[in-house]
Design a binder for this molecule. Structure first.
Ligand code: 0RA
Length: 647
C-alpha cells in the first residue's frame, strides 16, 4: 500500500459534484428531476414577485427543448460580490446553495420546493443564459457544460464575466437553459405537469400572473387569482354541492409564522384538507394541519356552547363531525422548516401546531363575532350534528367489524386465509378478484407471510357514501376486519396487520373497475394507508410465450414481439384473460413471488389532482365523467403506462 497523502483526497469542485451525483441534489434523473431543475428557477423568480417586487412570471417551452423563465422583479444583483470577486449573477449560478435563498433580510420567507439553488440547474444544463434588466441597462452572461480535451466533464462554465449589453427601460430577470440530454436521456419537460404546478402557485400567491407558452404546440395558459387560496377552495369544490356560497378566508401572522386559511363545506361526507408550507405541498399533513384541526374543533364547540346551539346535556362534537364535507386550504410561511414522514412531505416543526391553533381560534373568533355570520355558524353546526348522529349509528355497525367479535369472526372464517407470521412489516395481504383466482392464490402463496382475501362481488363505490352506508357493505367490512386498522375517525395506522396491501385483479375492464373502487375506498376512508405507501397493485402477466423447454411471461403488448423472438421457432402463445386461468404455481411465479413480481405502489403525489379525479371518475355527475373521458381517454396510453412502471 502506498502512502495516502492530502493530494490523494479527491476534491469535487463545485458543480462537478452535482454532475457526479445528481440524485443527491435533485432526487432522480428521471422526469421528476428534470422538472426539479425548472422549479429551482421558477422558485427564485417566485420569491421575488411574491415579496412584492414585480407581479408576473412567464415560462416558455421552446421547440429545441430549451426553456425560458422571465420575471419582472428587480433583477438579480449585478455588482461585484465583495469576497467572490464576481458579479452577483455569476455567484448565484455557479456557487452551490448561493443562489436560491439569498438571505432572510432579502425576503421575509422564501418559498420553493427544493432550495438547492439555481447553480444546480446550471450544472445539469447543456447551456444556460441569464439576462438582467436593471439600473437602466441590460446585462448578460452565458454558461455551458462540456468535456475538456482530457475528457473531463466541465459544468456550468461561464464563457466570460457578466457583460453590459445596452440600455433598458425595464427591470427583471430572464433565464434560458437547455436541460442536458446526457443527464436526462430522452426526457422532455411536460406541459401538463408544469401547468398544474403553475396553477397551484397562482392560487398560493394571490395576484401573481403566471403564464405558460408552448412553442411546439402553440398552447398557452395564464393563471392569476385575485382571491388566492379562497379561489383555490372554490376550484376544489367545483361540481360539488356547497353548503354556503362564499368560502371563509382568514389570514394572520405572529412573529414566526404567517398563515392563510380558506374553507367551505360541501354536502359530501369526507373532508379534503390541503396544506402547504412555503408553497410546498405537505401531502402527509403535519403539525400545521394538526394545529388547524384542533383550533377549528375547539372554537366550534365553544361557539356552540356559548350560543346555546349545543344543549348542556349534549356531548361535545368531535373534529371529524366538523370536518364532514369540509374543503380547506391551509398555507403557512415560516423559516427553518423540517420535514418528516414516509415521503418527507409532513411538517415536523412543533411550533407550527401551537401558533396555527392560536391564530385559527383568534381569527375564527373575529369572524364569527357579531351577527353577520351567525347563519353560517349554524349551517356548519347542523352539518356536524348530522355527522355525529351517523357516527353514533355507524359505531354500532362498526362493532361487528372488530375481529374479536364472534359474529364477525364467523364472517371472516372461510374468507381471509391469514398468514402464519405475525410481523406486520413482513406481512402482505392480497385482495384478490374472484373466488377461483383466490383459490389459486391460497395454494400458490408463501403462507408464512402472505394472506389472501378473495372478493366475491364488487365492493361498494365509497365516493359520496356515508360511513354507515359504506359499513353496510360486506366486502368492505371484511377488508376493514382484515386490516385491523378500523376506519374513518377511528382509523389507526399503528394497528395495520399487513404493511403491504396488494390489490390483485384481472387486466381487463372489470379488474380496472375493482382497482378503482378499492382505491376510492382507501382514499376516502383510509387515506393514510395511501400516503403511508402501503397500497400496491399487483401486475399479472398478459401472455405466456412458450415451447417445450422455454417459457416467458409477458406483462405488456409491447414486450410481446421481443419475447416471441427470444423463445424462437415453434413458439406458442397463451393469452391470459384473467387471473383465474393461472394455476397456483404460475400465479406464484408470475405475480406473487417477491423475487419476480412487479408491484405498482399507489401514491398520492398530487392531492389536488387526485381529489378532482376521484370526484369526476367516481362521483355522480355523469356529464363531467363523459367530458373527462372524451377529453383524456387514450387507450393506447395504457400500454405506455405499463411500460413506465414495469421498468
Ligand atoms: C437578491 C437581491 C435582489 C434581487 C434578487 C436577489 C433577485 C433574484 C432573482 C432570481 C430570479 N429573479 C430574481 N430577481 C431578483 C435585489 C437587489 C436590488 O435591490 O437591486
Amino acid at each position: 500500500m502506498s502512502k495516502y497523502e492530502s493530494k490523494d483526497i479527491v476534491v469535487l469542485e463545485g458543480l462537478e459534484a452535482v454532475r457526479l451525483r445528481p440524485g443527491m441534489y435533485i432526487g432522480t434523473t428521471g422526469i421528476k428531476g428534470l422538472h426539479h431543475i425548472l422549479w429551482e428557477i421558477v422558485d427564485n423568480a417566485m420569491d421575488e414577485v411574491a415579496n412584492g417586487f414585480g407581479d408576473s412570471i412567464e415560462i416558455t417551452l421552446n421547440k429545441d427543448g430549451s426553456v425560458v423563465v422571465e420575471d419582472n422583479g428587480r433583477g438579480i444583483p449585478v455588482d461585484i460580490h465583495p469576497t467572490q470577486k464576481k458579479s452577483g449573477v455569476e455567484v448565484v449560478f455557479t456557487q452551490l446553495h448561493a443562489g436560491g435563498k439569498f438571505n432572510t433580510d432579502t425576503y421575509s420567507y422564501s418559498g420553493g420546493l427544493h432550495g438547492v439553488g439555481a447553480s444546480v440547474t446550471n450544472a445539469l444544463s447543456r447551456w444556460l443564459k441569464v439576462f438582467v434588466h436593471k439600473n437602466g441597462k441590460k446585462y448578460g452572461i452565458e454558461f455551458s457544460s462540456f468535456e475538456d480535451d482530457k475528457g473531463k466533464m466541465k459544468c456550468g462554465i461561464p464563457s466570460g464575466p457578466l457583460k453590459e449589453l445596452g440600455t433598458s427601460t425595464k427591470t427583471g430577470t430572464r433565464v434560458e437553459f437547455l436541460p442536458d440530454d446526457r443527464v436526462f436521456e430522452g426526457l422532455k419537460l411536460e406541459y401538463e405537469t408544469i401547468s398544474k404546478r403553475l396553477r397551484e402557485l397562482a392560487f398560493l400567491n394571490k395576484g401573481v400572473k403566471l403564464k405558460l407558452i408552448d412553442k411546439k404546440t402553440g398552447q398557452e395558459e395564464e393563471f392569476c387569482y385575485e382571491g388566492g387560496i379562497k379561489d383555490f377552495a372554490l376550484y376544489l369544490n367545483e361540481g360539488k354541492g356547497k353548503l354556503y356560497h362564499n368560502p371563509v378566508y382568514l389570514t394572520a401572522e405572529d412573529k414566526k409564522i404567517k398563515m392563510e386559511l380558506a374553507f367551505q363545506h360541501t354536502d359530501n361526507y369526507t373532508d379534503n384538507i390541503i396544506s402547504y408550507v412555503n408553497n410546498i405541498p405537505t401531502t402527509e399533513g403535519g403539525t400545521h394541519e394538526v394545529g388547524f384541526k384542533g383550533g377549528f374543533t375547539k372554537f366550534m364547540n365553544d361557539y356552540a356552547r356559548k350560543n346555546n346551539l349545543l344543549k348542556e346535556k349534549e356531548a361535545n362534537l368531535i373534529g371529524d363531525d366538523f370536518r364532514e364535507g369540509l374543503t380547506a386550504v391551509l398555507s403557512i410561511k415560516m423559516n427553518n422548516i423540517q420535514f418528516e414522514g414516509q415521503t418527507k412531505t409532513k411538517l415536523g416543526n412543533p411550533e407550527a401546531k401551537v401558533v396555527v391553533e392560536k391564530l385559527v381560534i383568534q381569527e375564527l373568533t373575529k369572524f364569527f363575532t357579531g351577527t353577520a355570520n351567525n347563519k353560517l355558524a349554524e349551517i356548519i353546526l347542523n352539518k356536524a350534528k348530522g355527522a355525529a348522529k351517523v357516527r353514533e349509528a355507524a359505531r354500532k355497525a362498526k362493532e361487528i367489524t372488530r375481529v374479536k367479535n364472534s359474529l364477525d369472526n364467523y364472517n371472516l372464517v372461510g374468507k381471509l386465509s391469514n398468514c402464519t407470521g405475525r410481523k406486520p412489516e413482513q406481512s402482505e395481504l392480497f385482495i384478490v378478484e374472484g373466488d377461483s383466482a383466490g383459490g389459486s392464490a391460497k395454494q400458490g402463496r408463501d403462507r408464512r407471510f402472505q394472506a389472501i382475501l378473495p372478493l366475491k362481488g364488487k365492493p361498494l363505490n365509497a365516493e359520496k357514501k356515508r360511513l354507515d352506508q359504506v359499513l353496510a357493505n360486506e366486502e368492505i367490512r371484511t377488508i376493514i376486519s382484515s386490516l385491523e386498522t378500523n376506519i374513518g375517525a377511528d382509523f389507526n395506522i399503528k394497528n395495520l396487520r399487513y404493511h403491504k396491501v396488494i390489490i390483485l385483479s384481472d387486466a381487463d375492464q372489470d379488474g380496472a373497475h375493482i382497482r378503482a373502487i378499492l382505491c376510492t375506498f382507501f382514499f376516502r376512508y383510509m387515506k393514510e394507508l395511501i400516503t403511508n405507501g402501503n397500497v400496491y397493485i399487483g401486475l399479472p402477466p398478459l401472455y405466456k410465450v412458450y415451447k417445450a423447454n422455454k417459457t416467458l411471461y409477458v406483462y405488456s403488448d409491447e414486450e410481446l414481439p421481443k419475447a416471441i423472438k427470444e423463445v424462437g421457432r415453434g413458439y406458442q402463445i397463451q393469452r391470459y384473460k384473467g387471473l383465474g386461468e393461472m394455476n397456483p404455481e404460475q400465479l406464484w411465479e408470475t405475480t406473487m413471488d417477491p423475487e419476480k413480481r412487479t408491484l405498482v405502489n399507489v401514491t398520492l403525489e398530487d392531492a389536488v389532482e387526485a381529489e378532482k379525479l376521484v370526484v369526476t371518475l367516481m362521483g355522480d355527475d355523469i356529464n363531467a365523467r363523459k367530458e373527462y373521458i372524451n377529453k383524456h381517454a387514450n387507450f393506447n396510453r395504457v400500454d405506455e403506462f405499463m411500460k413506465k412502471i414495469s421498468k
